[in-house]
Ligand binder design. Structure first.
Ligand SMILES: Nc1ncnc2c1ncn2[C@@H]1O[C@H](COP(=O)(O)OP(=O)(O)OP(=O)(O)O)[C@@H](O)[C@H]1O
Ligand SMILES: [Mg+2]
Length: 257
């Protein structure tokens, strides 16, 4: 796809209500946000506030909403599309296919060309030697890297990540954050990521969006002006992390997210 200059996504006064009448639950109340090409936006907010709901709307997995979510062409998003790739917390690899077959699933081309493409993306996530392995032979972190390769090979304009590393141990998580950073350095893919991990947010984000309790609205936005790759131990990094943490505590009355 041709590079997009300017906003790849415009979210305008989006509201989402589940159910009707007395049982209606408004998950998102009034969210507006523009995402620039090549930007990494990280969304944090209390559990159940509506983050996944918003990401699903952006992905086009739910087309029933008020307001507008416009893609780079200005068209309202009402379905999934190859311009948007999603990585969920649960990686959803198919157990009966090899790593390579999982990555290539549904793609068309000659055998040689596809094998070359798979190699290129498996190399990016350092798994080329495991292309003939099955998901059960992989660790949790490796399976996540396959899922990342499977999404990247489709060359989406926007990568949507819903707590992709939530279930992983701290060290694996850090190495995958660094992987995402390297991929961003190489491809400048626009990313929207949800996380519960404030350090992860400060490590990766150009902008951190703090959502309120449900019905979700945007409480505060932090611009993280730190050079990449970021040093988690630097004074500035810690200062940002504490600032986000303080806002979060003020907004929710707790550090629990
Ligand atoms: N399909 C659905 N039907 C009815 N209600 C739903 C549905 N999906 C989500 N909700 C409700 O919408 C609200 C927001 O849910 P959502 O999954 O977006 O939260 P979240 O911010 O992603 O939470 P978490 O951080 O725990 O993942 C919740 O109150 C939830 O019960
Ligand atoms: Mg969620």
């Amino acid at each position: 796809m041709a590079p997009v200059i300017g906003d790849v996504l415009r979210i305008q006064k989006v509201k989402k209500t589940f159910g009707e009448g007395e049982n209606a639950v408004t998950a998102i109340k009034d969210v507006s946000l523009k995402v620039k090409s090549g930007e990494i936006v990280v969304i944090i907010g209390p559990s159940g506030c509506g983050k996944t709901t918003l990401l699903r709307l952006i992905a086009g997995l739910d087309k029933n909403y008020e307001g507008n979510i416009l893609n780079y062409e200005g068209n309202r998003i009402e379905g999934t599309g190859l311009d948007r790739g999603v990585i969920f917390q649960d990686h959803r690899l198919l157990p009966w296919l090899t790593v390579e077959e999982n990555v290539l699933l549904g793609l068309k081309g000659s055998k040689e060309e596809l094998a070359k493409r798979a190699d290129k993306y498996l190399e990016k996530v350092e798994l080329k030697d495991f292309k003939k392995a099955y998901p059960r032979q992989l660790s949790g972190g490796m399976a996540h890297r396959v899922a990342i390769a499977r999404t990247l090979i489709r060359q989406p304009d926007i990568l949507l990540l819903d707590e992709p590393f939530g279930a992983l141990d701290a060290l694996t998580k850090m190495s995958l954050q660094e992987e995402i950073e390297r991929i961003w350095q190489a491809e400048h893919t626009t990313m929207i990521m949800i996380t519960h991990d404030i350090e992860e947010a400060v490590y990766l984000a150009d902008r951190i969006i703090v959502m309120s309790q449900r019905p979700a609205e945007i409480d505060e936005i932090f611009n993280i002006n730190l050079p990449r790759p970021r040093d988690r131990k630097s004074e500035e990094f810690v200062r940002y992390r504490n600032a986000v943490l303080n806002t979060f505590q003020a907004a929710t009355g707790s550090y629990v997210i």
